[in-house]
Design a protein around this ligand. Structure first.
Ligand code: CU
Length: 383
């Protein structure tokens, strides 16, 4: 009995300390994030309108209630009225709520129509939720440019129990990605949101943009950001073990900078496709070096299999594992096609042949594993 009570008092005093201490107060802010889109402002204003209507209703109702309890109390000899069916009262309590409802419904409907209106957009980006990262696809004058945006691995590693890292010292903790989504300022950007596995939700509070990413459906939203800057959000739909680790970072830049960025991405995309398609035979070292980057980055393999192949929680270790040290075919098969019904996804849609060969070779030749090298040609043969 004693211990829980002590813990409870400790928790309460810690909470009080947190509220009182200045450093926490500095980050403690009520209400929505400051909107940087006109639509966000509209939603914010609607929210404030409804909020104040609720506040004034509460004030009025409680004022009447407390006054009545005080003024008509029994000790003063108050006797309850016993009238039945008072037409005046009934008309008032029908009309007043009706007016209140109208005053909310009209602005709410107009805002809702604006939220849904993705017409006349300047560009379209496809956003796909994956466990646990986001994929962004752009159209660069007919050339598809796509990349995966995942949590900075250092943040992920720091988040582990006993990591020894003081996460309060990490800037934008768990809100930092390797590849930011980039959009131009003052342009209407249409987003087509979907998912490859479970339901996720793409949410950037400063834009007031949020939409569920549902496998098999393509949902449409739009945003038009009026201020250059970096904005952060998160997946807002509980989507499994690493739900808390799939942040969204959007960099809003001037149009010229956006065009330069997209052009550079286009060159990269063309080069990567050519590289993956070539029949080049890569050295083991080259493949391992590339593979490690994919393991720790784009592939996100370390999130389940551990930075040192040691396995995380229920996910299998790869150091010395039967598949990672066995015949290449089995290893290629599980990484390409995944294992249905488990958390092991099919990576053939996320990684090209060269990337698959690299990450597989890396796993086969790290943490004490010494298995065969896998070339892009081997992956192609297995496709
Ligand atoms: Cu998610």
């Amino acid at each position: 009995m004693k211990l829980p009570f002590k813990r409870m008092t400790q928790t309460i005093s810690t909470l009080l300390l947190m509220i009182v201490s200045g450093s926490v107060l500095a980050e403690y802010k009520l209400n929505f994030q400051e909107p940087v889109t006109a639509l966000g402002q509209e939603i914010f204003d609607l929210h404030m309108l409804v909020f104040w209507i609720c506040v004034w209703i509460a004030v009025a109702v409680f004022a009447v209630m407390f006054y009545s309890m005080y003024a008509h109390r029994k000790s003063r000899g108050a006797v309850s009225a016993d009238f039945h069916e008072n037409t005046t009262v009934e008309i008032i309590w029908t009309i007043v709520p009706f007016i209140i409802l109208l005053s909310v419904a009209i602005p709410a409907t107009s805002t809702l129509i604006d939220i849904e209106d993705a017409s006349d957009s300047d560009l379209t980006i496809k956003v796909t939720g994956l466990q646990w990262k986001w994929k962004y696809e752009y159209d660069a004058d007919g050339t598809p440019v796509s990349f995966i945006s995942s949590l900075n691995p250092e943040h992920k590693l720091a988040s582990a129990r006993n990591s020894g890292v003081d996460v309060t010292k990490i800037k934008n903790y768990l809100l930092e990605v390797d590849n930011m989504m980039v959009i131009p300022v003052n342009k209407k950007v249409r987003l087509l949101v979907t998912s490859d596995d479970v339901i996720h939700s793409w949410w950037v509070p400063a834009f007031a943009t949020k939409k569920d990413a549902i496998p098999g459906y393509v949902n449409e939203i739009w945003t038009k950001v009026e201020k250059v800057g970096i904005y952060r959000g998160q997946c807002a739909e509980l989507c499994g073990k690493d739900h808390a680790f799939m942040p969204i970072v959007v960099k809003v830049v001037e149009e010229a900078e956006y065009n330069t960025w997209l052009a550079a991405r286009k060159v990269e995309a063309v080069a990567a496709a050519a590289e993956a398609a070539s029949d080049k035979v890569w050295s083991k070292e080259e493949l391992i070096a590339r593979g490690e980057k994919i393991y720790m980055g784009k592939g996100g393999c370390f999130g389940c299999h551990g930075a040192n192949g040691e396995g995380v929680a229920v996910f299998p270790k790869l150091a010395g594992s039967a598949i990672a040290t066995g015949p290449a075919e089995g290893h290629i098969d599980i990484v390409k096609n995944g294992k249905p019904g488990t958390a092991m996804a099919a990576f053939s849609s996320q990684l090209n042949d060269l990337e698959l060969a690299s990450v597989i070779t890396f796993e086969r030749n790290s943490w004490g594993n010494t298995a065969s090298v896998v070339q892009p040609a081997d992956i192609k043969a297995a496709r």
